[in-house]
Design a protein around this ligand. Structure first.
Ligand SMILES: Nc1ncnc2c1ncn2[C@@H]1O[C@H](COP(=O)(O)OP(=O)(O)OP(=O)(O)O)[C@@H](O)[C@H]1O
Length: 322
């Protein structure tokens, strides 16, 4: 089966600056694909090439089996750009109607259902809408024609938690309906619930890619441990554990410790057994911490080595040894 999205050795330069370096990315049919990376990693640059809005400096991009600049390809994709431009003179209803006409949308029941679920008011003028409300209009527009492929650039940006849930449900329904979705984000937890696969981009290079569960399993975690009053805080012992790094005290009384942990926490739990602990929490690590730290652990030479190795993505797939 032809992949819906295929980037082969794609490099994108802006003058002397390399925004993407030899990117290889394959999105098969029927999956939700999370495209993760911190600000400036190159996500929007990739997405604009997938939409045929810019061309790679070198390499090959195929979307729905075609060159994305071929006529007809764009009309088959539900696209939410990172920065959505709307005609301020129109109402939301007029905006959606004009997009519908462009796509030849005749069945408006799904659109009306989305309008209701995302809580947008069709009679409201686009002028003055908040970032989140603009995003919601864009999402209704992207989903309403049930396109075979959705490409969504930072879709949850500006959405409150309730709307994030509405959005994630819409993504799940789209997948159940056989549609495929690529969505970018800089927050792992936002895409984790829905993404079957993820790719993590850093500095224009692929740092990791593979099934979400597998990446999650291998990602570094952060633990906060609060030791009971009077209990000795075993800072040195914790730091000596294989898997621990960045061990530090984090409370004024010194009883609470924070550490980063790579791999299964079994050894940490065994070490803590028998000590008096009041709380043990694992906050959401940011992307840098979750993926780049383990990448650095994997490759002792660190990111510098990756920079000197321009022959391909830093790391393709996560299942090949640790
Ligand atoms: N037209 C352009 N001219 C010059 N540099 C650009 C251009 N577009 C993007 N860049 C640069 O390329 C890099 C990648 O940008 P991109 O917008 O793709 O990142 P991103 O991962 O989408 O980040 P964000 O989450 O901040 O949108 C950045 O350093 C950005 O400044």
């Amino acid at each position: 089966m032809t992949p819906l999205i295929e980037c082969t050795d794609v490099t994108k330069k802006f003058g002397d600056f390399t925004a993407l370096s030899r990117l290889n990315l394959t999105v098969p049919q029927g999956v939700v694909y999370g495209y993760l990376g911190p600000n400036g990693a190159g996500k929007s640059t990739t997405i604009r090439m997938l939409m045929g809005l810019s061309r790679p400096t070198s390499g090959r991009v195929r979307v729905l089996g075609q060159d994305p600049t071929d006529p007809g390809v764009r009309g088959r994709i539900g696209y939410l750009p990172g920065e959505l431009r709307l005609d301020d003179r129109l109402t939301i209803g007029q905006t959606l109607a004009s997009w519908g006409r462009l796509r030849g949308l005749t069945d408006t029941a799904h659109r009306d259902d989305l309008v209701q679920r995302f809580g947008v008011d069709p009679s409201r003028k686009v002028r003055g809408l908040s970032t989140g409300n603009r995003r919601k209009v864009g999402l209704v527009g992207a989903f309403m024609a049930r396109p075979e492929l959705l490409i969504l650039d930072e879709p949850t940006n500006g959405l409150d938690p309730l709307m994030q849930q509405v959005f994630l449900t819409a993504v799940e329904e789209a997948r159940d309906n056989g549609q495929s979705v690529l969505l970018s984000s800089h927050i792992l937890s936002e895409v984790e619930r829905v993404a079957d696969q993820v790719a993590v981009l850093q500095g224009g290079r692929l740092a990791a890619s593979g099934p979400t569960k597998e990446l999650r399993r291998r990602a570094a975690q952060r633990f906060h441990i609060a030791f009971a009053e009077g209990e000795e805080v075993p800072l040195t012992g914790l730091a000596a554990l294989d898997g621990a790094s960045a061990v530090e005290r984090r409370s004024p009384d010194g009883q609470e410790v924070s550490l980063a942990w790579a791999g299964s926490p079994d050894a940490l739990l065994a070490f803590l057994a028998g000590r008096r602990i009041t709380t043990l929490t694992a906050p959401e690590p940011d992307l840098e911490e979750a993926f780049l730290e383990y990448y650095q652990n994997d490759a002792p030479a660190g990111r510098g080595a990756a920079a000197e190795e321009p022959a391909g993505p830093v790391r393709q797939g996560v299942s090949g040894g640790s």
